[in-house]
Design a protein around this ligand. Structure first.
Ligand code: SF4
Length: 366
């Protein structure tokens, strides 16, 4: 997908990967070394404005004055923090960020022992319509630009720095939206995020989560993208899966598993499979057995995630004993699994929940 800025809308500077930024400056007669200074200011020092940077020499200062601003070729505007809440255990913080067009997206920062993980959004809303998901319940609004994905990392790093905490180590693309439905923008954003002279997050610390967009999985494999892949299954038969994940009608389970096998054959990478545990719906030992058969021949790890309840779905979370029984069947089938802690339940932990809550509050005020 091409990014085509209109004459009226300057292109956000953080949309540009480093090589492109260098090409732009060199084409404007500014030596490449200044482009590298600008890149570090943006993505290493997390500069929110560029007017008074001591390290900028005159050619770069002139370029910035001429080309960066609200009515210029490039803009430097970061999403405003519309809300920020912390879980009662202090380990999870959720930010609601307001984009230039007023759309809001969520970014979550989770603290684990000695490390922080950010969960990023890739779209405003989502077209996939998973029935238990607050973002799916709101529908698709638009794709995020690379700059809007990168800005979430900036926001999380700034918040951690301000709190005197260690920076991010891991990223998961599991927030609002389906990353592989916004493939090109997501890959550009990850090129920027993993650049070693900028944000410098290791590709091996990044997980892309998909609900099963088959063309995207095949493209990740063909392009040998160095990120982890997580595939949300939630059902091990077509019927059970499509009841929870309408996207399964477009990319049926058999086609999805073929794509996973092709991905594994081409990359040799273990695949993570996500399974939201819903009491009485997909958490029986027989369903665990079917899941084990479905994964046969793959190097797989299953993440079992007790449901985060949402207003638009009547299901409830599987209790601990049933989750452990499910896990045991998987283990007997030879597949390791983790029962995920439900992080940030008191900060509207599931994706889209904070945005939905704020929208309800503002509708009630009107
Ligand atoms: S779970 Fe993910 S893919 Fe499904 S609707 Fe929610 S955001 Fe979209």
């Amino acid at each position: 997908m091409m990014l085509v800025p209109t004459a009226a809308a300057p292109r956000p500077l953080p949309d540009l990967p480093r090589e492109e930024l260098e090409r732009v400056l060199v084409a404007d007669g500014v030596p490449a070394t200044h482009a590298r200074t600008l890149w570090r200011a943006l993505h290493h020092h997390l500069a929110a404005e560029l007017a008074e940077r001591d390290e900028f020499l005159p050619p770069l200062r002139r370029w910035v004055a001429e080309h960066v601003g609200a009515d210029r070729r490039f803009s430097l505007e970061f999403p405003a923090e519309a809300d920020a809440i912390a879980s009662s255990d202090g380990l999870t913080r959720k930010f609601l960020l307001r984009l230039a067009d007023g759309q809001t997206i969520e970014t979550v920062v989770m603290g684990f022992k000695g490390r922080h993980t950010a969960c990023l959004s890739t779209q405003a809303g989502c077209a996939m319509g998973c029935v238990f998901c607050a973002t799916g319940q709101m529908g698709f609004v638009r794709h995020l630009r690379p700059a809007e994905i990168v800005a979430q990392v900036h926001h999380a790093q700034r918040a951690l720095r301000a709190a005197g905490q260690d920076g991010l180590r891991n990223l998961v693309l599991m927030g609002m939206g389906e990353p592989l439905h916004n493939y090109d923008h997501v890959m550009t954003a990850l090129d920027i995020i993993t650049d070693r002279s900028g944000l410098n997050l290791g590709p091996s610390k990044i997980t892309i989560s998909t609900v099963g967009v088959v063309p995207g999985i095949l493209r990740l494999a063909a392009e040998q993208r160095p990120y982890h892949l997580a595939v949300s299954l939630h059902g091990a038969t077509e019927e059970e899966r499509s009841a929870l994940v309408p996207a399964s009608r477009r990319w049926p389970l058999a086609e999805l598993m073929d794509a996973c096998r092709a991905y594994f054959a081409q990359t040799g990478r273990r695949i993570f499979f996500e399974w939201t545990l819903i009491a009485g719906q997909n958490d029986s030992p027989a369903q665990a057995e079917r899941l084990g058969k479905l994964l046969h021949g793959l190097a797989a790890h299953v993440n079992l995630i007790p449901l985060n309840p949402t207003g638009g779905f009547a299901g409830t979370a599987t209790q601990t004993d049933a989750a452990k029984a499910f896990q045991q069947v998987l283990q007997q089938a030879g597949f390791p699994s983790t029962i995920r802690q439900r992080r940030g339940m008191d900060v509207a932990g599931g994706c889209g929940q904070l945005r939905a809550e704020k929208a309800r509050e503002s509708a009630a005020r009107k």
